[in-house]
Design a protein around this ligand. Structure first.
Ligand SMILES: O=c1ccn([C@@H]2O[C@H](COP(=O)(O)O)[C@@H](O)[C@H]2O)c(=O)[nH]1
Length: 252
């Protein structure tokens, strides 16, 4: 299998209203799949990521792993060649989020999440923190992602979704995290933002706590730029075989 095949269509693509999507989205399956390392142990997380590196260019550090291992796991994953997605869904008063984002920006992640429920001012200070933190550390500015409505919610009110995304766009946030089922609604208000979709499950597989799951094929067909892959692969008896099957299904 040649993992660099496919998906060259997104870079510089013109959206319906003539805007151009961010050029940082690259072509291959591996570039567009994000591995969710939901573990409480840095050594185990690094081992799992390394064993799946041919399928995933990006490793996601969420609340569990960051709480267990702190910033050092971000450095370890970067050293191992991964882009790092820090998924802490920052949501607090604007000053606190701005200061936390300053720290996170200095760690050199590629993606960082802020919760869109925090409102425009919180998101704006979060963006400023990321920008200044990364600049001072001589790192690239990460792509900030606004968490719209958690994919564990089984019902979403479209007005709320649109308001949150509009706030993120107004604050200069470049992308969002959303269910595949919400992408069309979101694109109507923010066609140029980068979309990241968790809650991916194979057809008929257990959905766990995901309220609005979709298959990888459905998510890409709905216009997802990146997919977050968690238990579909990490909880499988053979994670490598599960990753192979997922990617083969996409390329085949
Ligand atoms: O709305 C959201 C935002 C983030 N997530 C995160 O994605 C993964 C999904 O893991 P699965 O094992 O595939 O369910 C996990 O790290 C969540 O924190 C999300 O699911 N939904």
């Amino acid at each position: 299998m040649n993992w660099s095949e496919g998906w060259c269509d997104v870079v510089g693509e013109q959206t319906d209203n003539g805007e151009v999507k961010m050029a940082s989205i690259e072509g291959s399956a591996r570039e567009r799949l994000i591995l969710a390392l939901d573990l409480d142990d840095a050594v185990a997380a690094l081992r799992l990521a390394t064993s799946l590196g041919e399928y995933f260019a990006t490793a996601k550090v969420g609340l569990e792993l960051f709480s267990a291992a702190g910033p050092s796991v971000v450095f370890s994953l970067r050293e191992a060649g991964f882009r790092v997605f820090i998924d802490l869904k920052l949501h607090d008063i604007p000053t606190t989020v701005g200061r936390a984002a300053h720290v996170l920006g200095s760690l050199g992640p590629t993606f960082v999440t802020l919760h869109a429920a925090g409102g425009v001012e919180m998101l704006r200070l979060g963006m400023q923190g990321l920008m200044e933190g990364s600049r001072k550390a001589d790192e690239e500015m990460p792509i900030a992602l606004a968490v719209s409505v958690l994919t564990s919610e089984s019902r979403v009110e479209s007005g709320l979704l649109k308001t949150r995304i509009s706030h993120a766009f107004a604050a200069g946030v470049q992308g969002y995290v959303a269910s595949a089922h919400d992408l069309a609604t979101i694109r109507a208000v923010a066609p140029s933002m980068v979309s990241v979709v968790p809650g991916i499950r194979q057809s008929g597989a257990p959905t766990h706590d995901q309220g609005r799951p979709a298959t990888a094929q459905e998510a890409f067909a709905a216009g997802a730029d990146y997919l977050v892959i968690g238990r579909t692969v990490t909880a499988a008896a053979d994670p490598k075989a599960a990753a192979e099957s997922l990617v083969s299904g996409l390329l085949g």
